[in-house]
Design a protein around this ligand. Sequence first.
Ligand SMILES: [Ca+2]
Ligand SMILES: [Ca+2]
Length: 270
Amino acid sequence: MDEMGLFKLKITILAVLCVILGTFAVVFEVQFFSTVEKYTDIAQKLDTLHQQYNDATSMTKMLEANLTETNERFVQQTAMNINISEENAKLKAEIRDLQRAQLCTDGWEYFRGSFYYFSSDNTNLDEGRAACVAMGGDLVIIESAEEMDFLSLQLRILKENGYYIGLTDGQVEGSWRWMDNTALKDPKFWGRNQPDNYALPGWDKTVGKDCVIISDYRWYNIPCNRVFKRICERKLACINGSMVSEYSAGGGGFASFPRVQVSAGFSASS
Ligand SMILES: [Ca+2]
Ligand SMILES: [Ca+2]
């Protein structure tokens, strides 16, 4: 081979080597960028996972704080419930003692904040009311169907009838008012054809019927000079933290209450 042929051979070999090297370079570059892309993707996913981990950690801390607060509230509420239960137990015991004392000492019956006395003696209205006031109460004021039911039940137990209650139309005929001067709101307990203000044969027709008795669990208007038993009521009130009789606490029965003028109202004819 002459020099020219050798040179051409060298050039050819060099060209082949360049092509091979170029091919390797291209393949390497493609793989390099592909790998870089994969690592970038993985790095982004790692960032996302890291962020999610941070969020989850924050959420966990918040939930732990809430749980701690809830636990503290539960402990406080439990303590309060215990206090309320203890207070309830004390109040119940107090009421029981009060009921027992009253029931045992002078025969008053208790119902929803009031004590009731069912007399065994018969008097006219004025004497009966005076006797109730002397005992720290007044003639009963019936404020609800439940109270009327309670009184009816007691009368069934006593098997008695004919008791004065604290209702009158002595001031204005037909305008029925209780002993505290409040108007009668619920007239459903009147007996048949009551009130009639009508004097029976043999009764003094000038007297009228301005007083009321319970008989057979119904109300009947009668002249106030007739003699019947009576139901007295003493309402309880809480004064300076102590349970006392509202009427006697006023320092003289109904003295501090608005009231019908009994002396004029009950004796006058209607
Ligand atoms: Ca009452
Ligand atoms: Ca009348």
